[in-house]
Ligand binder design. Sequence first.
Ligand code: DGP
Ligand code: NA
Ligand code: NA
Length: 213
Amino acid sequence: LSESNSESRGALIVLEGLDRSGKTSQSSSLLKYLEGLGHSAELWRFPDRSTDVGQMISSYLTNKSQLDDHTVHILFSANRWEKRSLMETKLKSGTTLIVDRYSFSGVAFSSAKGLGIEWCKAPEVGLLAPDLVLYLDIQPEKAAERAGYGGERYEQLEFQRKVAQCYEVLCDASWKIIDACQPMEDIEKQLQEIVLDCVTICQKGKPLSNLWS
Ligand code: DGP
Ligand code: NA
Ligand code: NA
């Protein structure tokens, strides 16, 4: 029968890493790759600065406003929650989502400020769990040498060192760690291979689950 498996769905693929680790370029490249293979795919990013909550976050990140650390943490989380149902709809309709930052950024950046890790995780509970986390690994010093560094609030070497330590605490065996200092094309090839496997598994009906799992 040509009728497709009703459990078939898109994959939720998250890219994480320090600022200037190359997530944004690699996300775009992955999107082109999947679309080139005929897959339905979209590129998302968090924070999504287009919403009302996202605009508050953007104004904070560009130092146009000051907010208490707890408050901004909850805003970032709210910005993911406001997209949760659309995310589920897209995945169930067969669209793969490549997501540039997700809850792991939320926990890593806020716990780097000294907020408790369990407190940071709590508002993320119940968001969709990614099928794959790709971590673009770069030394904070190397990232700081890249073009455009230092434009926003968190792009400070000392702070990014703390964020890197927090990512290490959060990371588990399921994460794929990619050396972000390799030539761009090598990174692309490695990511493509991992992502294609993940997309195939989700097409075969891997069930969706929630964080933290
Ligand atoms: P980007 O648009 O990817 O450059 O992200 C903007 C900055 O915000 C970047 O320094 C990472 C940080 N960030 C992303 N998500 C979160 C989050 O959920 N919580 C906090 N505190 N920071 C975040
Ligand atoms: Na940034
Ligand atoms: Na982002």
